[in-house]
Design a binder for this molecule. Structure first.
Ligand code: PLP
Ligand code: CA
Length: 306
C-alpha cells in the first residue's frame, strides 16, 4: 500500500513540500470552509503560498453556483481571489459543451437538471438551454404531460444534450423529459456524480442522485465534468498552462479530490482532515485513493513560515 507523509508539526517537511510545487489546486468545501464557516488561518495560508510565488486555483464540484456566485462567497468569507482562479463543475460543463461538444443547429440546446449556477455558466458560454430553474418544469406531471412527452409534441426538437447537476427541485416531470431526450440520442453529461455532500455536520444527496436515475433508465453513464473526471483536469490545464509535475491537489475527499490528482498524474496530493475523509480511510484495505501527503488542517502549513 502507498504511504502518506504526515506534515503537521514538521516545518522542514512543510517547507520542502511547498518548494516542490508551483501550483496548488484547492478543493473548497471541507478544505477552506465548511458551509458558510471559513476555517481559521485559511486566508493566511493562501497569502503565504502566494507570497512564495505559488499559483492558487480553486476547484469545486458544487455545480449550484457559478464562478461569479463563488466570487461573492469568497469575498463574503474574506478570502481574496479573482474570477479566473475559480473553477467549478458548472463552468467546466459549460466550456465542455461550447468548446468540445460544439453543439450545432438543429440540435444545439441543452436540457438542464440543475440550479442557477449551471444556467449562469451556460449563458456566459452562449449555450441555449431549457429546463433548469424554469417553473414550467418545477411542478407535478399531468396526464397532458404524459401524452405530450410520449408523442413528442411537448419535447423541444432542438435539444441535443442533457446536463444533470444537483437540482433541489428534481421531479418526475423533469426526469421524464430528460429520459426522452436521451432516448432520442442526446449526449448525456453530468456536472459531477458525487454521492453526497456535507452540510450542517451531516450529509445530503449529491449531484449523483440526480443523474443516477437516468443511468438506471438508459443503461448509459454520463460524461462527468467534475472531479475526478480528467475532462476537468484537461480544461484546467488548458486554461492555466500548468505543469502537472509541479502541481499539487489539496482536498478532503478521496474519491473525488485525491483520485483527481492521482489520475491526473499531478506531482502531489495533499489530504486535509477537516472534511469528509480521515487518515483511517486511506489507511483502510482497498482505499479508493491514497494521498501523498496529509495534514490535520490547512493552516498547519503556516508552520513553514516559522
Ligand atoms: N456539491 C454540492 C451541492 C455542494 O454543496 C458541495 C459542497 O458544499 C459539493 C458538491 C462539494 O464541493 P467541493 O468540491 O468544494 O468540496
Ligand atoms: Ca470537498
Amino acid at each position: 500500500m502507498a504511504q502518506s507523509k504526515y506534515l503537521t508539526g514538521d516545518s522542514q517537511a512543510i517547507n520542502e513540500f511547498i518548494d516542490r510545487f508551483d501550483v496548488f489546486l484547492f478543493d473548497c468545501d471541507g478544505v477552506l470552509w465548511s458551509g458558510d464557516h471559513v476555517f481559521e488561518g485559511v486566508v493566511e495560508t493562501l497569502e503565504l503560498l502566494r507570497a512564495r510565488g505559488k499559483k492558487t486555483i480553486f476547484v469545486t464540484n458544487n455545480s449550484t453556483k457559478s464562478r461569479s456566485q463563488y466570487l461573492e462567497k469568497f469575498a463574503a468569507l474574506g478570502i481574496p481571489s479573482v474570477t479566473e482562479e475559480i473553477f467549478g463543475s458548472a463552468y467546466s460543463s459549460a466550456i465542455y459543451i461550447s468548446k468540445i461538444l460544439k453543439l450545432s443547429p438543429p440540435k444545439n440546446k441543452v436540457f438542464v437538471l440543475g440550479e442557477a449556477g449551471i444556467e449562469n455558466e451556460l449563458r456566459t458560454e452562449n449555450v441555449s438551454f431549457i429546463g433548469g430553474t424554469d417553473p414550467n418544469f418545477r411542478r407535478d406531471i399531468t396526464p397532458e404531460d404524459f401524452k405530450g412527452i410520449a408523442d413528442g409534441s411537448l419535447l423541444d426538437p432542438e435539444v441535443g444534450c442533457v446536463l444533470a447537476g444537483l437540482d433541489f427541485h428534481v421531479n418526475y416531470l423533469k426526469l421524464s423529459h430528460a429520459y426522452q431526450y436521451l432516448r432520442r440520442g442526446a449526449v448525456f453529461l453530468a456536472t459531477n456524480t458525487d454521492s453526497t455532500f456535507p452540510m450542517n455536520h451531516n450529509f445530503f444527496p449529491g449531484a449523483g442522485s440526480v443523474s443516477f436515475p437516468l443511468v438506471n433508465m438508459t443503461g448509459e453513464k454520463p460524461v462527468a465534468l467534475g472531479k475526478p473526471s480528467q475532462a476537468m483536469m484537461d480544461a484546467i490545464e488548458g486554461k492555466f498552462q500548468l505543469d502537472r509535475g509541479r502541481t499539487c491537489m489539496v482536498g478532503d475527499r478521496l474519491d473525488t479530490d485525491i483520485r483527481f490528482g492521482i489520475e491526473g498524474r499531478l506531482g502531489g496530493t495533499l489530504a486535509v482532515q477537516t472534511g469528509v475523509n480521515k487518515k483511517a480511510d486511506w489507511e483502510a484495505e482497498g482505499a479508493v485513493a491514497v494521498p501523498a501527503f496529509y495534514v490535520d488542517k490547512l493552516n498547519d502549513l503556516l508552520a513553514a513560515a516559522q
